[in-house]
Design a protein around this ligand. Sequence first.
Ligand code: ADP
Ligand code: MG
Length: 477
Amino acid sequence: MSANDTIDRQAEITTDTFTEFGLRPEILKGIEEAGFRAPSPIQKLAIPEILTGKDVIAQAQTGTGKTAAFGLPAMNMTQQTGDVEVLIIVPTRELASQVSDELYRLGRFAGIRTVAVYGGQSIRRQVELIGRGAQVVTATPGRLLDHLRSKRLTLNPSIVVLDEADEMLDMGFLDDIEEIFKYLPEQRQTLMFSATLPDAIRHLGAKILTDPVSIDITPKEVTTNTDIVQRYYVLEEREREEALVRLIDTEAPNKSLIFCRTKKETDSLSTTLISRGYAASSLHGDMQQRQRDEAIDSFKKGRIDLLVATDVAARGLDISDVTHVFNYHMPFDPDSYVHRIGRTGRAGKKGIAITLVTPLEFKKLRRIVKSAGAPISHEEIPTLDEAERQYRDELIDKLERQHIHDGAADLLQQLEEDLDLPQIAYKAISMLLDRAPVQGPDRIGFNAREVERMMNRFKRRKNYKGRPPKPRLRRRN
Ligand code: ADP
Ligand code: MG
């Protein structure tokens, strides 16, 4: 079940509203304008606790509404002292602007000003904006620490939030975070939000939280989004690119996120896709902020439909209408898998998560299957014939739905001077077929029988080497 689905269901089965929390009318107006009807589970549990002033450590998956869960009560408690009252620390620049924007949207009727602080942006301007009376600052650890060390900023927030704490750990920000807290007042309310709570995060919690309330809304049904169909395809290492292209052609995705392991791979794959005629872009941490914003914006607006990203850059991004998530390479750990596929199937929509696997990666696959909580089924990559057939069916569909252009009548008349109608039709259709995107080898990857044989060997033998079964019968015909 998706988080947004959870939110929707909540609206259906209970009569809860945001009014029960006793929030200020100006804050309620922001909630209403944002279109939130009922609090999500994490909001229902966290908001009252935070309003009592307690420290909170909360675990909830991506997309469950954590930003409002800490943002609403925090903003509700601001007193317009003229200083920064709420400090939110997030792992990436994207999240800094996303969280800052969301809180602005929710808090603007209460006169809340928000500023995002991250690297690659003018330091002077950030300090200036904060000086003009922002109550809420959302910052990445690196830049924040710069400001604090250099004494350009002295912060006295009464509430400090660590958002996506596990991600900050993964990105190696743990030391920075500990140092940041040395500059912060001891008298404060501290809130920690994370999708997972590994030991290192619990240890950090023990250091920075006082007598915290624990909230956990990650039972199986929340981590497992049944709106997401999960499939994997088994292939050889060298077949990855062709497999991806074939699947894109046959799946006809609306918007797809394609996950790679490294920034370099992200760049080279998106370049390849572009050169093969797809509207793609990469998204990773080495890109300039402007380029990243541009990529995300193009993707949101549909100018490009393939976004090739690293885990970190895509983490927490809230993009609607992502129909497909492709794991070009499997993620390093099962948690990332859950995060990645959670980018689709949002707001009750159906999503498809596709993972490319080589026989050498069966062990990793097994770990992911275990933690995915929902079935991940093996499928065969369509052959060239199948792909072409699928493409033709779609073409027929599209032709049937195609609206008739204003200029069509004139052009047809002109064409009919030299050609008769069937000829015109044949030629027009040929033009479409010439653009047929279906390319590549006839067969890609292993078939069901081969995969079954390899899986069996994998299960039986400890020293399974991931060698494909011989002979590859299907390649012979
Ligand atoms: P998380 O931080 O847990 O990943 P977000 O705070 O980014 O989740 O929220 C995900 C999406 O859900 C956002 O688009 C947000 O505006 C929306 N949202 C949050 N709370 C609600 C709610 N109570 N009702 C409807 N939509 C909500
Ligand atoms: Mg979030």
